[in-house]
Design a protein around this ligand. Sequence first.
Ligand code: ATP
Length: 652
Amino acid sequence: MPNDLLSGADQPTYDASSIEVLEGLEPVRKRPGMYIGGTDERALHHLVAEVLDNSMDEAVAGYANRIEVELHEDYSITIRDNGRGIPVDPHPKFPGKSALEVILCTLHAGGKFSGKAYQTSGGLHGVGASVVNALSDLMVVQVARDKTLYEQRFSRGIPQGPVEKVGAAPNRRGTTVTFHADPEIFGAHRFKPARLFKSIRSKAYLFSGVEIRWKSAIAEGDTPLEATFHFPGGLADYLKETLDGASTYADAPFAGTVDFNERFNTPGKVEWAINWTPSRDGFIQSYCNTVPTPEGGTHEAGFWAAILKGIRAYGDLAGNKKAGQITREDLITGGCALVSCFISEPEFVGQTKDRLATVEAQRLVEGAVRDHFDNWLAADTKSAGAILDFLLLRAEERLRRRQEKETQRKTATKKLRLPGKLVDCSSNTREGTELFIVEGDSAGGSAKMARDRKTQALLPLRGKILNVLGAASNKLTSNAEISDLSQALGVSLGTKFNIDDLRYDKIIIMTDADVDGAHIASLLMTFFFTQMRPMIDTGHLFLACPPLFRLTQGAKRVYCLDEAERDTWMEKGLGGKGKIDVSRFKGLGEMDAKDLKETTMDPKSRKLIRVTIDEDEPGETGDLVERLMGKKPELRFQYIQDNARFVEELDV
Ligand SMILES: Nc1ncnc2c1ncn2[C@@H]1O[C@H](COP(=O)(O)OP(=O)(O)OP(=O)(O)O)[C@@H](O)[C@H]1O
């Protein structure tokens, strides 16, 4: 027996009794991160968003027009609406329990699955309220319905008694939720009045049909202790307030709202406002069903597509040939945008709903905004001209920066601290250059001989790079392989990544054609996906396809990518004389320079796969990466196979 295995006597029993099933709300308390993205201050504030979103859903559906949020001295918080009130009648499927108790004590219980009770709601998973309940040491829910006031109390997700009638409510209806976040979960984190104030105010801007009242017993800076928000002017007002008097290229923002029902015969709507300013960085804040989506998603993509196509077409029409050079990057540089859409059955990535994944939203938003933008540009030629000039300038600057970078590449290379093991190419410009990331030093040896010195550079990696999904960001920057890689590429990680800094045109991952090689390739792809995403979006990342077999018959020779290809050739023969000789490459290192050049590196004869994100399911890829690279190693092989779904084949 290998000595790193435990001997029989030391082994803990591993049978059915060791398989645990977490019941009720236990999983939420055990792994809060899965439901609210962590246990930090952001997660704590997310609890308020979950409860507030339920009241907002009630308002957007047309049943409530007032919401009150009150922060108490002990940091408990009350959220009250004048909607229909959570149902309190006995639930037909759970004898002895009211609907209220089922909603608050069961995951995936809700009224928003079928679209019958709500058309366009922020809630959809049926877990929000129960998660808040599970993570609160006290939660009290009062419901005013049918002239009666009901109440039920909970602690850490467990009812402290049944729902009870506690009084009459002749002139009132609605739901009041009070909760105190459990310090066992959130430690010393406390609600920050300024943060709550800001997010609540933005909610009011998103739906002009609601009035939100704010009250706080706790002071923070100049945050008011009481305020009432009601913004009939919607997003245009919000943008004006956010820009705070900054000068803008258009006198009034391009703003509007389109009802999808009228336009596309499908429920929902989109509202937007955008203006360009020279005095600050651009930004976009997007929302779906009043839920903020800080990571964007399909609605944002649709919005930018409409603006980009609109401005290019306008430029074309005005006879400006350079308008086609404007990119989305230029639009965002000085463009300040707010986009809020309402759709039925939205799909978000994760329970914290940071990114919208509904594919349909892209088409709806683009279609709705595009016409209006064209009309707006045509009607206000003064603003349109100013914006076009500004964007053309942005595009020119960007192109010039890139040009400078390219001509300076060589000088910069000398100045840059490049990793010692990088075998650089000699070309002075980025155009046509390639960096092969190769597995192991020995592969580096034959690749060095096989490469075209002018355009092909090599970076040998020793062993496996850190799995970025499990790693903290300081670990990332101190990891030697990762820092060599980013230095060789000339770029920084994460939000600091700038595609213009990239030192090569194609980045090609070249690993052995075996499971280990596939694992290294997938670790690298995960790294690029999470830290250098634009590199994939702009089509710079590739996988090399080294062959697995070489068949020789007399003077004839072929290379096969896999067993199937080998078998086909074996059957039909190569057309040479004598017996077919089969050699299997165990790794890149075993191939001589000639083989490697011909099959894998020479642009004239090789095959490359471009790594792309499946556009139909932009959310899926992120999810997939997280699910499989973040957690269990045994799922990785599956992941590697699944990769095939988001790469497309390309002969280069
Ligand atoms: N203030 C409220 N007024 C009326 N009904 C409510 C209110 N709060 C919750 N509900 C009902 O309780 C259900 C469950 O709410 P919960 O927050 O658990 O999930 P959800 O909003 O459906 O989805 P999500 O998990 O995405 O938030 C809702 O679908 C709705 O039917």
